[in-house]
Design a protein. Structure first.
Length: 150
């Protein structure tokens, strides 16, 4: 049987709930991961931060950009804020920007079970946890495809 631990992406650093936005962005820029689990003091998963969603939260949608372009004063003001992440870094922590609904799969489960869970929950990735519910990696649709091709 093809197990999750054989196909998961491992070595994913976990963030604690109080990790600053600056540290989060640095971790994303220093690694090839696009998601990071958030853990509490006991090391249990409490959330997930996606780089794509984080950037969407920090930046603006196309509609918002269109509105801001019409009001240049606000656009300039907000651009300065985004460019100076150091100012907001102590104020925004992982707990503020994480998704609190996280779907996980045990590392000893089958890849088929992971695929079914992704489909059932309509998610693109699952956090992989060990027997103690500590995050050890993640699986995405890419890993599901690899498992079914091998």
């Amino acid at each position: 049987m093809k197990r999750v631990k054989d196909f998961m992406v491992g070595g994913v650093p976990a963030l604690n709930e109080q990790t600053s936005i600056r540290e989060i962005l640095e971790l994303f820029s220093d690694t090839h991961h696009n998601i990071l689990p958030v853990v509490n003091r006991a090391g249990k998963v409490t959330g997930l931060i996606s780089l794509e969603e984080l950037l969407d939260d920090l930046l603006f949608s196309r509609e918002e950009v269109a509105i801001l372009e019409k009001v240049s004063f606000f656009a300039d003001f907000l651009t300065d804020i985004v460019e100076n992440v150091d100012y907001i870094s102590p104020l925004v922590v992982a707990k503020d920007v994480m998704q609190s609904t996280v779907f996980s799969v045990k590392e000893d489960e089958s890849m088929l079970k992971a695929a079914v869970l992704m489909k059932k929950k309509n998610v693109h990735r699952l956090i992989v946890v060990n027997a103690d519910n500590v995050p050890v990696g993640y699986v995405s649709r890419n890993e599901i495809c690899k498992a079914f091709l091998i």
